[in-house]
Each structure stands twice: as C-alpha cells, then as structure tokens.
Design a binder for this molecule. Structure first.
Ligand code: CP3
Length: 315
C-alpha cells in the first residue's frame, strides 16, 4: 500500500495528513549532539553508517511519515572538485570566480548514495532525498550573498548555475536510483531575488531538477507563495502564507507551514495552533503538514513530540 506522503504528493491522500519536519534530524536531538561531540560534521555526512544513524534518530523517536536523508545542500561542492568543510556554516575552497573550470567527479558523492542504500531496508516510511537550488548553492560556493549579488549582472552566472544544475540533476538521479521516494529542492536564499531575477536565476534550474527524476519533487524557498503557479512541483510554504487561501489558488500539493518558533511556546499553544492549521486544511488530499522552515537548534524535543502526536490524533 502506498504511504500517506506519496499519496499526498499525488493529491490522493485521505484522512489525516502526512507529517514530517524540515531539519528533523538535527541539533535539537540529544542523541545527535552526543554523536556530534565525537565526530566532525563533514565526517557525519560522508560516513554512510553515521549518516544513516542520524537520519533514523527522529524516526525512532516520533511517528513521522517520512525520513529525510541526513546530508547538506553544499555537498555538491565536492562533485565540482572543490573542498568542503564546516565551521559555523559551510566553507568551500577555493572560492568560485567567474570563468573558473571545474573538475567534475560524481564519485565524490558515492558515500551519500551508499547512505541511501543502507537506509532503505531499515525504513517503513518514504525516504526524501534532496539537493539545493543552484542559486542557493552558488551563493555558498561564491562565499556570501553580497558577493553573489555582484554576479547577477555577469555573463558567467548562468554558466555557473548550469554547471551546478548538471551535478545536482545527476546527484538527484543517483539518490532516486538508490531508493529515495521523493526529493526536496531547497532554494533557501532565492527570496532575495526580484521576480524578474527569480525567473532567470532560480526557476529554470529548479525546473530542470524537478524534471530530472521520476519521483515527486517538493520546492522550498521562503516566500514561495508568490510563485505557486510557476513552481513545477509541490510547494513548501512559510508561515507568512495562509494555507487555506493558497489552496483556493492551486490544486498542487502544499506543504507547511507552522512557524518554527511555535515549538518554543507552551505545549497547549503548540497543540492549539497545530489543530487550527489542520482544521483549515481538513480532508485536503494534497496537504503535507510541516514547519514553514527548519526545526531550530534548542527546540524542546517534547514540543516536536506534541506537534506530531496532535497531527496523528487529528480527525
Ligand atoms: O532534516 C535534516 O536534518 C536533514 C539534513 C539537512 C541539513 N542541512 C543538515 C545540517 C538539510 C535538509 C540541510 C539543508 C540545508 N543546508 C539548507 C536548506 C534548508 C534551510 O534551512 O534553509 C541550507 C541553507 C544549508 C546550509 C547549511 N548547512 C548551513 C547554513 C549550516 C550551518 C547552520 C545551520 O543551519 O545549522 C549547515 C550545517 C548543517 N547542515 C547542520 C545540519 C544538521 C548543523 C549541524 C551541526 O552543527 O552539528
């Protein structure tokens, strides 16, 4: 029987909606922090047994309807022949300059594909693979958003985005071949673009990514509501958007959209707001309950537990 997440992605779910949370495998979990004390982040991402273990941590604790691969959007830097490490955030060397040539090698991502293969037999829920939107990945390769903005008017920018899209399409295909049941594209920084820039520097590339796989894709960016009709797949919405109002505009699968800060509120508030959202989307066949962005570090585990329990009990 097909799982709720996949049914919702086809617009065919009945009963309560599937639930999973962006960044569900991260720093708010004590067992993650304990493992992290012993390993560098890059080693967690590139050691299949460890990455699989972190992916499974939230699945063991909560009644989630999907697992998301424990990896990062910046790993494709390695497939472009660059080095990647993590400090406060991702650090890529050398910084990408206009006209730079890349030594592409997809094998660098083999350990992550191995993680997907390790996970599959251990999971009873669908596995979501992912990659970054080329614009957002480019901003990490270039170094920061201010530098990236300088590239917008440069002839070399579409070429850079194309190269990132090439490796990302192949990376997604390999995740799916290894067993990923759906994919999510995180174009987290694309909201800094104007409408015209978004249509030039985000949309064409995410369209290529979504078309490169034969499983459903979900697109995430802050402010995605603006582009609901143009996004070529399911849309993950933030908490600035009213989901029931968005539903009047589209039959697409919609995901979201509780504020991650809600999880810092007292438990009855978590329950009431979750129920309000669930009621506003009651019986929607194409709705996936999620947050509007990732779970924040420091989020109380009980609040996550409560949210998922509330969703599971909702009639
Ligand atoms: O749900 C999951 O936990 C899956 C794994 C996952 C990670 N990163 C692990 C990670 C996913 C889906 C991502 C996506 C990601 N990575 C995005 C898009 C989503 C978003 O939140 O907007 C972005 C922009 C990145 C880049 C990145 N990676 C940053 C800016 C940082 C540092 C700050 C932060 O967000 O934590 C990372 C490191 C990173 N990636 C951690 C994790 C769990 C932190 C881990 C640690 O320090 O122990």
């Amino acid at each position: 029987m097909e799982h709720k997440l996949l049914l919702a992605l086809q617009g065919k779910n009945t009963g309560c909606p599937p639930v999973w949370l962006m960044r569900q495998a991260g720093r708010y979990l004590p067992e993650y922090r304990a493992l992290r004390q012993k390993h560098r982040l890059i080693d967690l991402f590139f050691t299949p047994a460890l990455a699989a273990e972190v992916t499974l941590m939230p699945i063991r604790r909560f009644a989630l309807d999907a697992a998301i691969l424990f990896s990062d959007i910046t790993v494709v830097a390695r497939a472009l022949g660059l080095t990647l490490d993590f400090n406060e955030g991702p650090v890529v060397h050398p910084r990408v300059m206009p006209g730079m040539q890349f030594q592409m090698s997809m094998e660098k991502l083999d350990p992550i594909i191995e993680t997907v293969k390790l996970l599959k037999p251990q999971l009873r829920v669908p596995l979501i693979g992912f990659c970054g939107g080329p614009f957002t990945v480019a901003s990490y390769l270039i170094g920061d958003l201010e530098e990236t903005k300088k590239w917008l008017s440069h002839d070399a920018f579409p070429h850079l985005l194309d190269q990132i899209a090439d490796v990302s399409c192949e990376y997604l295909r390999r995740q799916v071949a290894a067993g990923a049941d759906a994919v999510q594209i995180f174009d987290s920084w694309a909201n800094v673009l104007s409408d015209e820039q978004w249509r030039k520097f985000s949309l064409p590339y995410i369209t290529r990514l979504a078309a490169s796989v034969d499983v459903p894709a979900i697109f995430f960016m802050r402010g995605a509501a603006r582009y609901i009709d143009e996004i070529p797949c399911a849309v993950s919405l933030d908490w600035e958007t009213d989901l029931a109002a968005a539903r009047l505009r589209t039959t697409k699968t919609l995901q979201g959209n509780l504020n991650p800060d809600l999880l810092f509120e007292p438990l009855p508030v978590v329950r009431e707001q979750t129920k309000t959202l669930l009621a506003s989307m009651r019986d929607d066949p194409a709705f996936i309950l999620n947050l509007g962005h990732g779970v924040k570090p420091g989020t109380p585990v009980e609040a996550v537990q409560y949210l998922i329990h509330t969703a599971r009990m909702f009639l």
